[in-house]
Design a protein around this ligand. Structure first.
Ligand code: SAM
Length: 248
């Protein structure tokens, strides 16, 4: 462990954005520059870590679907231990830390241990994907609601308690996180609940990374595209009255 720097430690739960360091907030960059220890997820690695100062100890605690990862209780334990040793700790999470990021578990562990913390919000991959595709997330008259859902429950399967009426609503923009593997089944459910198969859909892969790929298609087209794929990069799915013509 690095030598303690402050008598009482502090944890900054920092949003890393989608991967492009220019999408870090100034506050996030400042916390990284001042950190003694940075605990980072797989998706919050790469060039954003260059913002950490030379004094920082960088520790990978990656959580990535289908790959080995540190257990959540081990991550909680590390956060508490480093803070109790007096360090300025940055816990770096991809996108916005408060969206599908297991933030609550870490907040609870810090609260129980009496460790002071702050949360630094950031650019979620949902906003970054829409921006990369040149579209808004909402549209006047046609899309007055945005909903973020997960395509994978703790076991990695499509959640069993999906609110089909809500996600088959044709007047809503739905963003599916962690949904590549289950999208074919999700699309089938959407059709069964009345959402037309030609509803525009966007697949945004590795947004903010050099290998970024955008596919403008339809719900049915994307279901075919993603059938049986091996997931290599993080990908986000968006569907609803999106502001493009499929295939454009
Ligand atoms: C554990 S969730 C974290 C989401 C993150 N907190 C956010 O606000 O973007 C991980 C999922 O976010 C999405 N994701 C994160 N970074 C991404 C990126 N750069 N490009 C596309 N999707 C991304 C993918 O759906 C991925 O499976």
């Amino acid at each position: 462990m690095t030598e303690p720097k402050t008598p009482a430690g502090f944890v900054s739960l920092v949003s890393a954005g989608p991967g492009d360091p220019e999408l870090l907030t100034l506050k996030a960059a400042n916390r990284l520059a001042a950190a003694d220890v940075v605990l980072f997820d797989d998706l919050a690695s790469g060039p954003v870590l260059d913002q950490a100062g030379p004094q920082a100890e960088l520790i990978a605690v990656g959580k990535r679907a289908g790959r080995p990862s540190a257990r959540q209780d081990h991550v909680n334990q590390l956060l508490v231990q480093y803070a109790q040793a007096g360090h300025r700790v940055v816990r770096l999470k991809s996108g916005d830390a408060g969206i599908f990021g297991r933030l609550e578990e870490e907040l609870l562990a810090l609260t129980e241990a009496g460790i002071p913390f702050e949360i630094i919000p950031g650019v979620t991959s949902a906003s970054a994907a829409a921006a990369a595709a040149g579209i808004p997330l909402t549209r006047r008259l046609t899309s007055r609601r945005v909903q973020f859902i997960t395509g994978a429950d703790v076991t990695g399967d499509l959640p069993a308690d999906i609110n089909w009426a809500a996600i088959a609503d044709p007047a809503v923009t739905t963003v599916v996180f962690m949904g590549q593997r289950s999208f074919t089944r999700l699309a089938q459910g959407l059709r069964e609940h009345g959402l037309p198969g030609d509803t525009p859909a966007l697949f945004a892969e590795a947004v903010g990374h050099p290998q970024q790929r955008l596919l403008r298609t339809t719900v049915d087209g994307l279901a075919r595209e993603l059938q049986g794929i091996e997931v290599v990069n993080p990908g986000l799915i968006m569907f609803g009255p999106l502001a493009f013509r499929p295939g454009s």
